[in-house]
Design a protein. Structure first.
Lengths: 534, 308
């Protein structure tokens, strides 16, 4: 806890809220301890066992460092690698590792540690959920299937561990971006050999990032302290970082207001207006790499397998109303699948769902009529969403927007586990889904619409779309690749493969006394850049 | 007495076995699995996960494996919290929930019993109505309403107490969650105590005691209080078991590392081993608490004896 000014300053109810907010950020001169409220708990310090929560990468990026690291604005900086070369065909990456990189126990970080980490991730018995992140590496998928031994993975340590060479299946322009993901972190070979799976116990663990874990009270808090062996240790000004598990977002807000937390990673969207008025300096909102959309079921026998029905439904959705009125500005209206701000990507020139409401509704009516729906034969749909107040409000509003078209909607909600299982089985007409990018590249979104992909819940299948993605994957020239991806997205949007609804934004509360926090599209904020103003 | 205890414990074994077996199969029948989520996993990764947790085996084999491990005191690994075993999670969280729960029950008895007795003695007076009105409020207002309000008022606005966090169980961190947990219990205890006290006060032996010319306080303390506490005692058994196994609401609102949230999170995540672990743990506690309550009966009611 850096500052609890409110606890000390306010002395009575009469002073009320005005006092509370004005004194909240008064001072921050206590010990440089950063208290962050995160929405869930880390699954493991073993990066192969991580469950995929956004909050997990916050802790992991503070204690580990990959070949690249992230700047405060989200840009890539050299991390464990000081330099790298890419072969002409884009399939071989050679990284030179820094000489002064050390694990927190003093052992040097070598290329062998990367080899160990990546093989560990892909070994079938380690059952890593995110192993597929490294599938661009030669033989990674076969190793993960158990068809090849881990030694066959296309990664090797050269020059006595100072050089790492990676062979890719095919050119992967976003590979450097991928390398900031925790699945690409190194693991301490010497500890894995010495302690086996117990290497991750806090008494044994060593990390190579700016911080190293010192305490973990399950469901309460993880604490890390600076890693004295870190090559840039002198630049790290915090003395401790505590990650507090705070699933209840309103409770996290109270703790922030009381000065117990300096940062809250995600405040409740319904509190945005209140926060904007009462804690304007602390309330952050920024574009984010996330898309909130409705899946149309393209399987035979569903009304949404008819392109005219999909277009009509998508045209009738008033996205601005959803974003601005229903969600009070905590989302951006979306007319395309790939959110704006993605690296090397422009997006659609003209969205089919934009335009005047009257014209859209007239066209929607005409399309439904052509598809054979009308007062005598109303279109009946089953709309599924995962239980949450937010999703419910959106679903109810969209059902109301479709009513003037004579569409009758049966709203069905289920907890997330059941919801996703059900829609994966294809038991729906329209279903809510969302995607937050694993890495900053349009491909990560567009793959969701590729035929045969598990996350393509609606079973959209267009060979032309698939061919464009395949071609983009083999294209090295960044501009040509961008053009192919944009063409693919345009095609999918013309097909109304899905109905994009909203773009996510990141919502953070940040004590204004903190320096070094910058909004960025990945919403990644390594603590090593953060300090308290003197 | 020892015979009785041994018999009760022996009877608990089939009860627990039924609870465990039912929970095991009900959990597996529930739609969705531990690895279903927003992201569909590639088939080979799902296969790796199923194999790692033996979920690819036939159900009866999984059941036998689970029971075998359980008999050796091994609850298995959590599917979600990979760096802890279920036993470690329970052992780390239980002392927190126990401390909070014990303090809350203590507070409930300390305030609830005198409130109930006073209300019974001053039956149908303003004091009775106001005490029971307050108690009714305590029952009616759920703790997910009262707890955030208390946190807001005493933590954010007045700044007297921390809003959340455990801090090793420091006293200031305990106050709000204990009070929030206790409010409902105080209300239950007070209302129950009032009702049973009124009943006891109308009984023959109290009339006899009064006829002997005993002072009123002697009548209450020596003759009425103990029998009047019997219904409260029966209530306390399961109530204590419930309260010391944590409250998901209180733990989430105050950010406490108890085991209450494991019940809910385990179920939502389909973390089979964690759910089973908490169910077994809770089952054992319920059995033990009921036994303790039954044994205490003999202290409070001379008519109850377990000797024969």
């Amino acid at each position: 806890m850096s500052a609890s000014p409110l606890q000390r300053n306010a002395s009575g109810l009469a002073l009320g809220l005005a006092m509370a907010t004005s004194t909240l950020f008064a001072s921050a001169t206590q010990a440089q301890t950063l208290d962050i409220g995160v929405m869930g708990e880390l699954a493991s310090f073993d990066t192969s066992q991580v469950a995929g929560g956004v909050w997990e990468s916050q802790v992991l990026m503070d204690v580990y460092e990959g070949l690249f690291k992230l700047a405060p604005d989200g840009e890539l900086l050299p991390g464990m690698a000081t330099d790298y070369q890419v072969s002409e065909d884009g399939r071989t990456y050679t990284f030179q590792l820094r000489d002064d990189a050390r694990w927190s126990d003093g052992e040097p970080v070598t290329a062998e540690d990367f080899v160990t980490g990546w093989r560990h991730l892909l070994k079938p018995r380690n059952a890593s959920k995110y192993a597929y992140m490294l599938y661009p590496v030669v033989n990674a998928e076969a190793v993960n299937r158990g068809d090849m031994p881990p030694e066959k993975l296309g990664v090797e340590a050269l020059d006595e561990g100072r050089t790492l060479r990676v062979e890719l299946e095919h050119s992967t322009p976003y590979f450097p971006q991928l390398l900031t993901h925790y699945t690409a972190y190194p693991l301490p070979t010497h500890l894995l050999e010495e302690h086996g799976s117990d290497w991750v116990d806090l008494e044994h663990i060593a990390t190579n990032g700016a911080f190293t874990p010192v305490e973990w009270v399950s469901q309460s808090r993880i604490s890390v302290e600076p890693n004295s062996q870190y090559y840039d240790a002198e630049q790290v000004s915090l003395e401790r970082v505590n990650y507090h598990t705070s699933e209840d977002r309103n409770a996290a807000l109270s703790r922030f207001r009381a000065g117990e937390l300096d940062i809250v990673r995600e405040y409740a969207s319904e509190r945005y207006q209140w926060l904007k008025e009462n804690l304007p300096e602390a309330t952050r909102m920024a574009p984010y790499l996330g898309s909130y959309y409705y899946v149309f079921n393209h399987r035979d026998g569903h009304p949404t397998s008819d392109a005219r029905v999909r277009e009509a439904l998508s045209l009738a959705i008033r996205r601005k109303v959803l974003a601005e009125q229903l969600m009070q500005g905590t989302f951006e209206p979306a007319h395309a699948f790939v959110p704006p701000g993605v690296n090397h990507y422009e997006g659609l020139d003209e969205a089919p769902t934009a335009g005047k409401l009257e014209a859209r509704m007239a066209r929607a009516r005409k399309l439904l009529q052509e598809a054979g729906y009308g007062p005598d034969n109303p279109l009946q749909l089953r709309l599924r969403y995962n239980s949450s107040e937010e999703h419910k409000r959106i679903a109810v509003a969209i059902a109301a927007m479709w009513r003037p078209l004579g569409v009758e909607v049966d709203l069905i909600n289920a907890e997330a586990t059941v919801h996703y299982q059900t829609i994966a089985e294809g038991d729906f007409d329209v279903a809510r889904a969302g995607w937050v990018a694993d890495y900053n590249d349009a491909e990560n979104f567009l793959t969701l619409l590729k035929s045969g992909v598990g996350n393509n819940y609606g079973a959209y299948a267009n060979p032309a779309f698939d061919a464009l993605l395949e071609k983009a994957a083999r294209t090295q020239d960044a501009d040509a690749r961008q053009a192919l991806l944009e063409e693919a997205e345009t095609l999918a949007m013309q097909d109304h493969a899905v109905a994009p609804l909203l773009y996510y934004v990141s919502r953070n509360l940040v004590n204004p006394a903190l320096k070094g926090w910058q909004n960025n599209i990945e919403d990644d904020h390594p603590s090593r850049w953060i300090s308290f103003e003197e | 007495m020892l015979n009785y205890i041994a018999k009760r414990l022996a009877m608990a074994i089939p009860t627990l076995w039924i609870v465990i077996t039912l929970s095991f199969f009900l959990m597996r029948i529930a739609p969705g699995g531990p690895f279903d989520g927003e992201r569909q996993l590639p088939p080979e990764i799902e296969a790796n996960l199923m194999a790692a947790y033996h979920l690819d085996e036939p159900l009866w084999m999984q059941y036998l494996r689970y029971m075998g491990n359980l008999l050796q005191g091994d609850f298995g690994p959590s599917f979600k919290y990979k760096d802890f075993s279920v036993t470690e999670l329970i052992m780390q969280g239980f002392p927190v929930s126990l401390e909070l729960g014990a303090l809350a029950i203590g507070l409930a008895l300390l305030l609830g019993l005198p409130m109930g007795v006073m209300a019974a003695l001053k039956r149908n007076t303003a004091l009775d109505y106001s005490l029971m009105g307050v108690a009714l409020g305590g029952i009616a207002i759920p703790n997910f309403v009262i707890a955030p309000l208390m946190a807001l008022f005493f933590g954010v606005i007045l700044g007297w107490l921390p809003v959340g966090g455990w801090n090793g169980g420091a006293l200031p961190n305990l106050v709000l969650p204990v009070v929030a947990l206790a409010i409902q219990q105080i209300a239950y205890v007070a209302r129950m105590m009032r009702a049973s006290m009124i009943e006891v006060l109308g009984s023959h032996y109290i009339r006899t005691a009064r006829a002997k010319g005993l002072q009123e306080y002697e009548v209450i303390l020596r003759h009425a209080l103990r029998p009047a506490m019997l219904p409260v005692l029966s209530y306390l058994g399961p109530a204590i078991a419930g309260i010391i196994t944590g409250s998901v609401v209180i733990e989430q609102i105050f950010g406490l590392p108890g085991i209450g949230r494991y019940f809910v999170q385990g179920a939502l995540n389909r973390d089979y081993t964690l759910v089973m672990g908490t169910v077994v743990f809770y089952g054992v506690l319920i059995v033990l608490m009921n036994l303790i309550v039954d044994l205490l009966y003999s202290l409070f009611d001379p008519q109850i004896r377990y000797d024969d």
